[in-house]
Ligand binder design. Sequence first.
Ligand code: ADP
Ligand code: MG
Length: 332
Amino acid sequence: MDATTGRTGASRRDRDAETLDQLGEFVAIDRVTRGLTMSSAVSVGPGDDGAVFLINGSAVVSTDLLVEGVHFKTEWSDPHSIGRKAVAVNVADLEAMGASPVSMVLALAAPGDTAAQWLREFSTGVREEADRAGICLVGGDTTRARDISICVTVVGQTEGRSPVLRSGARPGQVVAVKGRLGWAAAGLAVLARGFRAPRAAVESQRCPQVPYGAGRQAALAGATAMLDVSDGLLADLGHIADASDVVIDIDRARLDIPDPVMAVASATGKDPMVFVLTGGEDHALAACFEPGTVPDDWQVLGRVRGREADEAPRVLVDGLPWQGSQGWDHFH
Ligand code: ADP
Ligand code: MG
């Protein structure tokens, strides 16, 4: 345990420790893949030129790239959390399509002086989150590079259901959310100030708590539009509004302010609602349902309406445009 950061975990470089260069590519791959368990859908896992698995229904594919210094900092995140996050953010995309996770491949680039212990803990994080999400690691690639980057590609199955797109929202529906809002952004705010508490917010920044299974649940309940909140609730609902050509109106009074978010807002003098409405990286699911069909454990936050003739598709808060940033954009 590191007393200043409150986290356990190998640092990427440790002068006296065994490195990836010393392990070599094939031993490194063996460490990542040895003893992995496969589901009955997988007939060929890691070790051959390709993996083979069965799909029930249409295949849904998604990929996400995590780059050191952009998506995580090795000073702030332990390797175990980075491994978990690499899986979690990808499976969230499958959930957001209403699909069930099946298999994933993982490409890892890392400097040769990376500690072998870092790889071990990263790999443990990948396995634990994959188990939680119900997905099998069936292959990947491993190479040397200047910075660490991790590319995960996931495959899901629709099991005969229609995929739940962003374009399916209809006037008269309600918008509901399952999962956390604002926690990861609150965690980032404290990490950026050099603090490590509240711990729950910091943990959410290191790895989101994706509501596994909720995407399939929403699809079965009849959700017609869905996405995962990666950039901020308002920004992401804006994608549904655009794709569906509708207006979404969020009721501020329906939003809970979680305790850790409130604590961070008080300590930093910020409006807690800004974290909840615009904070990204929690990967909650947001979906549109006909009234009365929302699963019990989802929280209704607002409604969908048609747009006026001279009105653009947009997201409102209590009937008004939100003043300020809507969320995170990598190129702005
Ligand atoms: P190839 O030369 O065909 O690309 P590799 O030597 O890169 O094969 O990989 C050997 C086997 O190990 C392949 O089955 C590949 O899927 C698997 N593998 C390589 N890197 C990883 C990784 N980071 N995670 C999971 N499996 C991996
Ligand atoms: Mg290869």
